[in-house]
Design a protein around this ligand. Structure first.
Ligand code: GLU
Length: 552
């Protein structure tokens, strides 16, 4: 009985050869230097911040070099598979403008010539390569039960030896072809293991694009390549076969895979594949409320979920700027010097990625968003916020639609100036900044008066101001001078310096007067420019608000 017989009995359905498969994956027609990258999640239904960042970096590396970015679904682990889990991933990526050139585009469909892009549909392909390894004496069936493996482990622990299935501990590697075939014929369950040609005393080197050179002992573990339950490959084997056939140039993945590199290096070697480059990405971390630096947690941290950004209405472009900021340490400075530059003008640099973990800081993201929103035109803000309102704030959405022009003017207040107002960190903040401008929302009022609280005095101020002094056509200077004139008339100080020196001579100051006007018109003691607000509100609304205040 030969290896050939063993291979045949293990994979009776495999009739294709390696060269049949290789023909279906012709060399990609790309120029030198173009990166082929992939995002390879399990179909869990959503993407969290850590994986979004890596998808963003994969995408960016491909786009920077006119290469290809593809989405491959790794569904060989049924525990990490949820129903309709692919759609959710595609949606989350699309929300950040990350649209693959190839790969899955819905639960069942894909685009691109290097598929299938879902691992469960590639079973026959893995089997062709596994069968070839068996034929060449580089893989074998292993019949060890869980109990056998536990027993080996206990012995290794007792002897203080390396744990694993290797060397003399790899019992099934010594079975003859006949013994193995007999067991298979007997219906014994088995996994397929690599017959590692490695020697633990040899050294190999990973030249990581983020971390530089890392030395490892060579792999000598007979790792499982095909599982017994479903005959699907393990991550290791699928990674080698898929990234070879799909011609990935740089594998970007979490740092938790670094220790597996010796296995992957060996698999590429025994399979005769050219090894891709690797970029092992640091974990996404945060500093928690206690000042402790820890991994951003899907369970504990709402900001780890990408829905968080969607629900808050953080403009996608701003999030992308933030992702680039944490992806590359030199981006922030570049952006400072290229305020109007596009993300596509900046080329990502692997050597500027963090090895020790990327610090995710929501406050910093909000700062970026505030700047970003403050630089939009009022039309742009209106157009960007409207779809968000439609989904999350119907009431304001209706008003924004009804009063399109008025709303854009509201957005213009303190926008077109050297230092524009930066009060929106997300679309959700807009309501709080503008609700009082719409009569429809100007109900259930709770006025935040400060120094002057006497109702009669307030009414007196309002009546005098709006009857005698206020003129909507005044320019800002005249407007303010008139406010001062009214102060003099009512016994309030029009000059703050004077007021501070001789408080006893006055009932209050011009600041108190303007607060009364501001609060009675908006309910708030702090708002953007009052002159602009009054001008926008216009006579009718102002009149209504005075009456409303009197009734209150
Ligand atoms: N499916 C693997 C994971 O989610 C992908 C790792 C890789 O990108 O190679 O960890």
């Amino acid at each position: 009985m030969t290896q050939e017989d063993l291979a045949e009995i293990m994979f009776p359905d495999v009739s294709e050869t390696i060269s049949d498969i290789e023909k279906k994956y012709p060399k990609r027609n790309l120029d030198e230097g173009c990166e082929v990258t992939r995002f390879a999640p399990s179909p869990t239904g959503f993407v969290h911040m850590g994986s979004l960042l890596s998808a963003f970096e994969d995408f960016k590396a491909a786009k920077d070099t006119n290469g290809i970015f593809y989405l491959r679904i790794e569904d060989t682990d049924s525990e990490r598979t949820v129903e309709n889990g692919i759609e959710g991933i595609i949606r989350d990526l699309a929300n950040f403008d990350i649209v693959p050139d190839e790969g899955m585009i819905s639960e069942k469909e894909s685009i691109g010539a290097y598929g299938p892009y879902i691992q469960s549909q590639r079973k026959n392909i893995y089997h062709v390569y596994a069968k070839d390894l068996v034929r060449r004496g580089l893989a074998y069936p292993c019949f060890c039960s869980k109990e056998d493996l536990d027993e080996t482990r206990t012995i290794q622990e007792l002897n203080k030896e390396r744990i694993g299935y290797y060397g003399s501990y790899a019992k099934c590697r010594c079975l003859t072809c006949k013994e193995a075939i007999d067991k298979i014929k007997n219906g014994e369950k088995y996994v397929v293991r690599l017959k590692s040609p490695g020697n633990f005393n040899n050294k190999i080197i990973l030249d990581d694009r983020v971390r530089g050179k890392i030395e490892f002992p060579e792999n000598d573990q007979d790792i499982v390549i095909i599982k017994s339950t479903d005959q699907l490959p393990t991550y290791h084997f699928a990674h080698a076969v898929d990234d070879h056939l799909m011609q990935t140039t740089t594998v970007m993945r979490g740092e938790e895979w670094i220790p597996s590199y010796p296995i992957h290096h060996q698999l590429f070697e025994v399979l005769g594949f050219k090894e891709p480059r690797y970029a092992h990405l640091g974990l996404v971390m945060k500093i928690d409320e206690n000042g402790v630096r820890r991994k951003l947690s899907k369970r504990k941290d709402p900001e780890a979920s990408v829905n968080f950004y969607h629900e808050k209405g953080i403009p996608m472009e701003a999030t992308k700027l933030y992702l680039m900021t944490i992806a590359n340490s030199n981006f922030e400075e570049w952006f400072l010097n290229n305020q109007h530059g596009k993300l596509s003008d900046f080329k990502m640099d692997f050597s500027k990625m963090s090895e020790s973990g990327t610090l995710f800081d929501v406050e910093k993201l909000y700062n970026i968003t505030k700047n970003y929103i403050s630089r939009m035109t009022s039309e742009e803000l209106y157009d960007a916020a409207l779809p968000w309102m439609k989904e999350y704030d119907c009431e304001l959405y209706e008003l924004m639609l009804k009063y399109e022009d008025y709303t854009k003017k509201i957005f213009s207040i303190e926008r077109y100036q050297d230092k524009p107002r930066k009060d929106y960190s997300c679309f959700k903040d807009i309501r709080n900044g503008i609700w009082y401008m719409y009569d429809e929302l100007y109900t259930n009022l709770n006025y935040e008066f400060q120094n002057i609280t006497d109702k009669q005095e307030i009414e007196k101020i309002l009546t005098l101001y709006f009857d005698k002094y206020y003129d909507i056509n005044d320019d800002k200077e005249t407007w303010f001078n008139k406010m001062k004139m009214m102060c003099d008339e009512l016994g309030y100080a029009s000059n703050m310096k004077d007021y501070k020196k001789n408080k006893e001579n006055y009932k209050g100051s011009v600041a108190d007067i303007s607060t009364v006007i501001r609060v009675s018109m908006t309910t708030k003691s702090i708002t953007p420019d009052l002159y602009e607000i009054l001008k926008l509100l216009g006579k009718e609304r102002i009149q209504k608000r005075i009456s409303r205040f009197k009734e209150n």
